[in-house]
Design a protein. Sequence first.
Length: 156
Amino acid sequence: MRNYGKLIFTLFALFALMGSKVFAQKHKAGDIVGIWYNEEKTSKVQIYQEGKKFFAKIVWLKDPNDPATGKPRVDNLNPDVKLQKIPLLGLVILKDFTFDGNDEWNSGSIYDPKNGKTYSSKIHFGDSPNLLKIRGFVGISLLGRNTFWTKTILLP
């Protein structure tokens, strides 16, 4: 009877290990396409595909107008003075991401209109298919920070 218990435990462990490999989530390149809330839920960003590359643009802002001027918010922190008058609505903030075939989109950049800086970046899903983990960094990935976007299919 004792050996029977060990056998059941061994089989259970083996199936659990095999199941984790078999059922491990594998994503397709286009799985990130859609509308996503930023972490603060102050904007919605549309991720789209052009050829084999992925991009994202701001499609909704919680506060679309600048309280000081009453006019649409612009990219006033952009280091390029010529681009400081560009509206935030429609601004492309993710550029040139490629899917590596192994659940990560990389070789792209993310622009942060809150500080006017562009960072190297990589993207992968968080704990669910409705959560993206986006890591922006300078140089190597260890020197950066994460932001999490939540999927939404509703436009305002």
